[in-house]
Structures are given as C-alpha cells and as structure tokens.
Design a protein around this ligand. Structure first.
Ligand SMILES: *Cc1c(COP(=O)(O)O)cnc(C)c1O
Length: 380
C-alpha cells in the first residue's frame, strides 16, 4: 500500500470496543490478572501497554519489518539496539552519525568492552577496510548529520549481510515515508520519533523496527529489561503526529528545495548541503534509495561572525537543537549536536564554526527566503 495511505489505514483507525476513531490512551501501570496462574498479553506496562503496542505495530508496518518497539527517546532506542552486542564485539559506525550515537559508544559501551571504528561510509570500501575478525555490526545514517552526506545503503548493507553481521540504520531524517532501509537489506531501523514522526516539537520519543521476528524477540528482552519505554500519552502523541507525516514532509521538503536553491546563489553563502540539489555528492544514490530530498539542509557562511549574526537576526527560525517540527529550526552543530566531538575531528569532517543547520518547517518558502535574506546581510 502507498505509504501515505498506510499512515492513516494501518489497523488502528477504529478502536474495536467503542468504535472511537483512533487509539485509546491506556494510562495504567498494571493489569488485573484474570486467572492468577496464567500469563496474559498485558501484565505490567513496562513489558507492554496497548497504546504503546499500537504505535509499535504502526511503525513496524510503515518500515516493513516484523516487529516495532517504542522507547522513551531516540537515544534509548539506539542504546537498547546496541545492547544486542557483547563485550569483545567490534562495530563499524559511519563517522558523521548523530553525535549522541557515537558518544554513547565512546563513553559507555567502550567501558563494557565494545570496540568501534568510525569510518567515512560515503565510500563502501572504507567499511570493507575496517572489518576485523570480531566485527559484529554496522551502523549507518543517511543523509548524515549535519553535512547531509549520502551513504549507499544497498552496497553497504550487502557487505554486512555477506559477512553475517548485524546492520542498523538511523532513519530519522528521512522517515519511512521517504526511505525504507529494511527493504534495502538492513536488520534494524532506529528513529528519534522526537523529530519528523512526532512532528510538532512536543514529545521526546524513539522507535526501532526489526526485519525478523527472531531479532525482535531479542530486542524485546532488552526493551523490557532496560525499561526505557514511553508512557501511553507520549506514544499517543507520536501516533497523532504520524497521521499527518505525508502533508508535513511533502510541504517541508518542497520549501527546503526552494530555500536550498536560493541559498546556493547567495553571496554570503559559501556552500549548501541538500540532497535534492543537482550536483549534491551522492545525489544519484540518494534518489535511487529515497523518494525525496527531505527537509534538512545545512550551509556555510563566509565567516563565523556572519553565522553568529544569522542566529541573532533570524526571526522565522528558532535557534534551537532538534528538527522535524512544524516550525523551522536553525541549529548550530558545533555548539549543539556535535559539541562532544573533539574540535580537530570536527574540523577534519567539515563541521566548522560557520556551519548552520536548518530543519525547514511549514512556513511559506517565500517568507523564509525573505527572512534568511535579512539575517544574512553583512554587518554594516
Ligand atoms: C535527535 C536524534 C537522535 C536522538 O534522539 P532523541 O529523541 O533526542 O533521544 C538520534 N538520531 C538522530 C538522527 C537524531 O536527529
């Protein structure tokens, strides 16, 4: 079924008991045991809750996987999925994934004996070169954050499949509406549902989907043991957001395309990263694996001073971390998402002090362009 239709018709459009349109919020921590000696589906809400289950089934159907899981945040979804690995295992990670995903490995999982190599995954050869005898997993994110670099998912996931290691893809920027990594060979997809899926900058949430039921059972054990689960109300907010994902993504993506084209011609701008621009490195690969350029872009101003003055002058973009809401957000990677990365490494990767990341919202492209124009005027 078309993903736009599936956002609305996914088995949860009518509540079977009352006929209510939509999912009920089961605000309960525990469930009455009908037969004291028998296990039942809903027992205690850390293990399972009907509202959360509806969200888990919806994301599984959207991503085309066997099982979905909802978490209290994107980071808890990612940390729980990484919990599938053991001490002594080696993971190959794209070097420019979400800052927090690398940070938790470098600060936490390393102490538990996980080894990690960070590589530039825009060339699959770098992944092959990083393979060690104990490599057990590959972790990717495309387009990357904040430079929108493209990874060839099919080619990279094939490397993992051939060698029998687990593959995980963070699909936050694209959402299953635009890109479905499981169809391209991934074992697990993770999301920060805080972003486009929730869509309204009003909830922190995370999701994971496994390709197979077997892997799903293993991840379920971790979800239930770690217990980093969302409450029913937060799960409901994400489901409410998902219903309008198509119109938001289409509109935000169209505006992002216009803004990127305009920025490209701006005299104070020295470079624009947007997967939908002609000439974006890896653009052909992106078009083959995703249905659009998305609503994320980044650009560089001539000087750091100009970038800083942009943040103080821009009116229609909130200077804030996060992305994927209805409002345009201008984040500052070196002081937000990538603040924990050592400065020399940031510099080497191109995450410089004059880099501005934009998550385009639902404002009109013309209004955004006018506002960006005044915010980018050189100081007089
Ligand atoms: C925000 C984000 C995360 C972390 O999610 P939280 O909901 O903030 O915990 C992970 N990956 C990407 C790509 C993100 O943008």
């Amino acid at each position: 079924m078309d993903r736009g239709t599936l956002l609305i018709h996914n088995g949860h459009e009518i509540e079977p008991v009352t006929g209510a349109l939509g999912v009920t919020i089961y605000q309960t921590s525990t469930f009455y045991r009908k037969v004291i000696t028998e296990m039942q589906e809903f027992d205690y809400s850390r293990g399972g809750n009907p509202t959360r289950k509806a969200l888990e089934e919806i994301i599984a159907s959207l991503e085309g996987g066997a099982r979905g899981f909802a978490f209290a945040s994107g980071m808890s979804a990612i940390s729980s999925a990484l919990g599938l690995l053991s001490a002594g295992d080696h993971i190959i990670m794209a070097e420019d994934v979400y800052g927090g995903s690398r940070y938790i490995i470098e600060t936490f999982y390393k102490r538990w004996g996980l080894e990690m190599s960070a590589v530039d995954a825009s060339d699959p050869e770098n992944i092959k070169k990083a393979v060690r005898p104990n490599t057990k997993a590959l972790y990717l994110e495309t387009p990357s954050n904040p430079l929108l670099k493209i990874t060839d998912l099919k080619a990279c996931l094939e490397i993992a499949r051939e060698r029998g290691f687990l593959s995980m893809v963070d699909n936050t920027f694209m959402t299953p509406y635009l890109q479905r990594p499981l169809e391209l060979g991934a074992d697990i997809v993770v999301h920060s549902a805080t972003k486009f899926l929730g869509g309204h900058s009003d909830v922190i949430s995370g999701l994971a989907v496994t390709r197979t039921a077997e892997l799903g059972e293993r991840l379920y054990q971790i979800q239930n043991s770690f217990g980093a689960v969302p409450g029913p109300w937060d799960a409901w907010l994400v489901m409410r957001g998902i219903k309008t994902l198509k119109v938001r993504m289409e509109t935000q993506q169209a505006a992002a395309g216009k803004l990127a084209e305009w920025l490209l011609r701006h005299k104070q701008v020295t470079g624009v990263n947007y997967p939908g621009l002609p000439g974006h490195p890896g653009g052909d690969i992106h078009r083959a694996q995703a249905a659009g350029g998305g609503a994320m872009l980044s650009f560089k101003t001539k000087t750091t001073g100009q970038a800083l003055s942009f943040y103080s002058r821009i009116k229609l973009a909130a200077a804030a971390p996060s992305l994927g809401g209805v409002e345009t957000i201008a984040s500052y990677p070196v002081k937000m998402s990538h603040i924990n990365m050592p400065a020399p490494e940031r510099e080497r990767m191109g995450i410089t002090d004059n880099l501005i990341r934009i998550a385009v919202g639902l404002e009109s492209a013309e209004d955004l362009i006018a506002d960006f124009d005044q915010a980018l005027q050189p100081p007089s």
